[in-house]
Ligand binder design. Structure first.
Ligand SMILES: NC(=O)c1ccc[n+]([C@@H]2O[C@H](COP(=O)([O-])OP(=O)(O)OC[C@H]3O[C@@H](n4cnc5c(N)ncnc54)[C@H](O)[C@@H]3O)[C@@H](O)[C@H]2O)c1
Length: 271
């Protein structure tokens, strides 16, 4: 039986991935800094999934290298090896221009979104190189493709760097493991999760402007929809440096084309 480790998986996209992997026959290791959510998520995962699959939870702050090493160790102690490792944990920007961000806010985004992915990849790569196989996925986001917007500069900086880092690590993996360890990207598009309205470790609420809501209503999706598409493709992937993309240019184009006929409102009062 195969095993997946997902960081930041006590809610949102990470938890939805965990559910889907378990449904498709994987043991799942969920991890997060939010221990209350982690406990709830594990209880749920223990009641579902393909027969014989297991689940454990490990508290892990992705900015702490020792926590990530502990996550690898706990996962391999429980299930023997790790087939897929997803660096999913991430935080949003407080929607302010850089000149109005505090030093702490800047450090927080870079620490979680960039350093977290780098440390997570490093630990997973070292372990997978030893075991001789595995896939690492880093989650891309706004800015990964060079898009720019006031309020998202620091988030975009981190995600753009994650993309460069992931591709360069894939090259290292080609040289060091002959592509036995696959270092890949996961590009989910816009997801309707707590992420889009929260920043600074959930202590700051973001008021989305009407025009942003309009775009999210056209291009966004619940993470449950996205995992149905991406998780089977992650499992089937056999290429180093792959990019598993939900919101492709073609999908975005067709959404704008049909937006007049298919009205969606993720932000309606009774949602
Ligand atoms: N929601 C979107 O529109 C969107 C779009 C593109 C990419 N992403 C990326 O997808 C990933 C998941 O986003 P989401 O929408 O599910 O967000 P979310 O806020 O719902 O979930 C993120 C989880 O990460 C955890 N976390 C935060 N800091 C952590 C840390 N230091 N260590 C460990 N866990 C930590 C949180 O507690 C939370 O459970 C992130 O990397 C995000 O940047 C999100």
């Amino acid at each position: 039986m195969k095993t997946v480790v997902i960081t930041g998986s006590a809610r949102g996209f990470g938890l939805c991935q965990a559910r889907k992997f378990k449904e498709l026959g994987f043991n799942v290791v969920i991890s997060d800094i939010n221990e209350a959510n982690l406990e709830k998520a594990l209880a749920e995962l223990n009641t579902m999934g393909a027969e014989g699959t297991g689940a454990i939870s490990v508290r892990c702050n992705v900015t702490d290298h020792a926590d990530l090493e502990n996550l690898w160790n706990k996962a391999t102690e429980a299930f023997g090896s790790v087939d897929i490792w997803v660096n999913n944990a991430g935080v949003n920007s407080p929607d302010k221009p850089v000149c109005e961000l505090t030093e702490k806010e800047i450090a927080f985004i870079l620490d979680v979104d960039l350093k977290g992915a780098v440390y997570g990849s490093k630990v997973a790569f070292a372990g997978m190189r030893r075991q001789g196989f595995g896939q690492i996925y880093n989650v891309e986001g706004y800015g990964s493709n060079d898009a720019m917007m006031t309020g998202l500069t620091m988030y975009g900086t981190a995600k753009r760097a994650v993309t460069y880092f992931t591709r360069s690590l894939a090259k290292e993996s080609h040289d060091l493991t002959g592509d036995k360890v696959k270092v890949c990207r996961l590009t989910p598009g816009i997801m309707i999760t707590d992420f889009i309205t929260h920043a600074n470790g959930d202590s700051t609420t973001i008021e989305l402007p009407e025009k942003t809501k309009k775009v999210y209503n056209i291009l966004g999706d619940y993470p449950e929809t996205i995992v149905d598409y991406v998780v089977p493709r992650m499992i089937a992937n056999d290429k180093n440096d792959a990019d598993i993309v939900w919101l492709t240019g073609a999908r975005a184009f067709s959404r704008f084309l049909t937006a007049g006929f298919k009205k969606r409102d993720f932000f309606a009062e009774n949602k």
